[in-house]
Structures are given as C-alpha cells and as structure tokens.
Design a protein around this ligand. Structure first.
Ligand SMILES: Nc1ncnc2c1ncn2[C@@H]1O[C@H](COP(=O)(O)OP(=O)(O)OP(=O)(O)O)[C@@H](O)[C@H]1O
Length: 253
C-alpha cells in the first residue's frame, strides 16, 4: 500500500503537559483513518501539529514523500493538506457559494479575498455548486453562513477544505454537536468523499459512526498511540477498553 502521510515520532508539549508522545503512524492512499481516544488524549493536538497550526517539540510529517515539518500552514495547504476545523470558520460576510469559490480560485491571485473580485471568477461560482452538491447543501448557496444551522455549517466547513483539492483531508470532529441522525448523514457524506478517492484522517468522538465508516483506527491515550488496526479488532483491545472506561471497570473474561 502506498503511504500518503507518514507521521514520525511526533512530540508536542504545552508547558509541563506532554499532549502528544512519540506518535508515529501512516495514512495510506485512499484510506479513511479514524484517530480516536478519550477526552484529552491528544487527537486535536496531533491533527494541529500535522497541519502546522501547532509547532511540535520534535518529529516529522512526510506528505507524499516530502518532508513538510518546517512548512507554514499555508505552505502545507499548497502542498496538499485540506484542513477542516472543529469550530467552523466560514467567512461570515460572504455567501456560502463565495466561501467555496475562494477556495477553488486560490491559485488565481495571491489574496483569497481579492480573488473574489477577479473577472474570471464566474467559473468558480458555477463550480462551487458542484461542490455544495457533494455535501447536499446546494440549496443554501446564496445564503450567508450566519443564517444557517450547525449541520449546514459543518458541511460547509468540510467542503471548503475539499474545494482546495487536497491530497489529504484532515477532519477535526465534523460530527460534533449534531443529532445522531444528522451525524449519520454527515458520516455518509465523509465516506462518499473518501470513495471518490480522497485520503482522510478523521478525529471523532462518535464511535459508532467511526467504526461504521473507517478502514482503520489509530487510538491515542494520554498522548501516546495504544492501538492501530481494523475497527472491530481495535475496539476489542483491552488497552483501548481500559482507556475509555477505566481499568477498574474491565472484567477479565
Ligand atoms: N493550548 C493548550 N494549552 C495547554 N494545554 C493544552 C492546549 N491544548 C490542549 N492542551 C492539553 O493537551 C492535552 C491534549 O488535548 P487535546 O485537545 O489534543 O485532546 P483531544 O484528544 O483532542 O481531546 P478532546 O477529545 O476532549 O477534544 C490535554 O491535556 C489538554 O488539556
């Protein structure tokens, strides 16, 4: 299997707290990988270190054979990372379709905002509808994000990252805050994006959906990797069970 991202011995500290400890794992091309673990396990920190938002103490991130560890967030995006945040961050003064058009037209001008007024941008507006259809929100293309419910904003956040045509999509809790029925629809959308050929690292708490859609899981506890494998095998692992429910509650078979 071809590796698209290799994380090597990543260490992140916040003062005295070691949030990520010697973390190494791979994402294979075309794979949907779930990065899971209990609260405070270091999932978001690991994702932020991969995307360059947080500077690790040590370790490397190799994207498609290139060491991007010293690159800025913007450079990593240009190299092929698409980043979707847990807290949605659309441009609130722009229409939904304009939010996508900016991402689609990123190579046309140096400034993302200026690119909106670029003469040839009508092409991107049209294309933005195709992208909105991928996450089933084309009906709100002409709305402002502030008028939309969270479920739509979560989809917009994902498709904004997808519009950058990334080699790898990093998704931080795209199901958080959604009802189970909305979460399930969102999980189906993520699976469909992956089936279209996009490699994905998914940080998510909703275990039933993660187990349903992911090809493989990497489990963190207290910053360190404690399991890596197929979802059903990983969820039977004693270390994983104990990380989620505590040692005292694990009953020996
Ligand atoms: N900016 C920060 N400053 C100090 N400590 C932080 C910071 N961000 C995270 N931490 C600490 O690092 C550890 C890992 O946090 P992180 O948010 O990465 O975990 P997580 O697995 O994503 O948790 P959750 O599932 O609750 O979002 C925690 O102990 C957290 O308190």
């Amino acid at each position: 299997m071809n590796t698209i991202i290799r994380v090597e011995k990543l260490n992140v500290k916040f003062g005295g707290v070691q949030a990520v400890k010697d973390l190494s794992f791979e994402l294979y091309k075309g794979e949907l990988l779930g990065l899971i673990g209990p609260n405070g396990a270091g999932k978001t920190t690991a994702l932020k270190a991969i995307s360059g938002i947080i500077k690790p103490v040590s370790g490397s991130v190799i994207l498609d054979g290139k060491n991007i560890s010293r690159f800025s967030v913007n450079r990593r995006i240009r190299e092929g990372l698409g980043i979707s945040h847990q807290i949605v961050k659309p441009f609130r003064s722009l229409l939904v379709k304009e939010n996508i058009a900016i991402a689609l037209g990123k190579d046309k001008t140096k400034s993302a905002i200026k690119s909106l007024f670029y003469k040839r941008f009508s092409e991107e507006y049209e294309k933005s509808l195709d992208y909105l259809k991928k996450v089933n929100i084309e009906q709100v293309a002409d709305n402002f994000p502030s008028n939309l419910p969270l479920g739509f904003l979560k989809r917009l956040e994902v498709v904004r990252a997808l519009a950058l045509n990334p080699k790898v999509l990093l998704l931080d809790e795209p199901l958080a805050g959604l009802s189970q029925s909305e979460a399930s629809k969102m999980a189906n959308i993520i699976k469909r994006i992956n089936n279209d050929g996009v490699s994905i690292i998914l940080v998510e708490h909703n275990l039933s959906e993660v187990i349903r859609i992911c090809d493989r899981l990497v489990v963190l506890d207290a910053g360190a990797k404690i399991a890596d494998g197929k979802p059903m095998d990983v969820m039977k692992d004693k270390k994983v069970i104990s990380a989620y429910i505590g040692d005292d509650d694990v009953i020996e078979a």
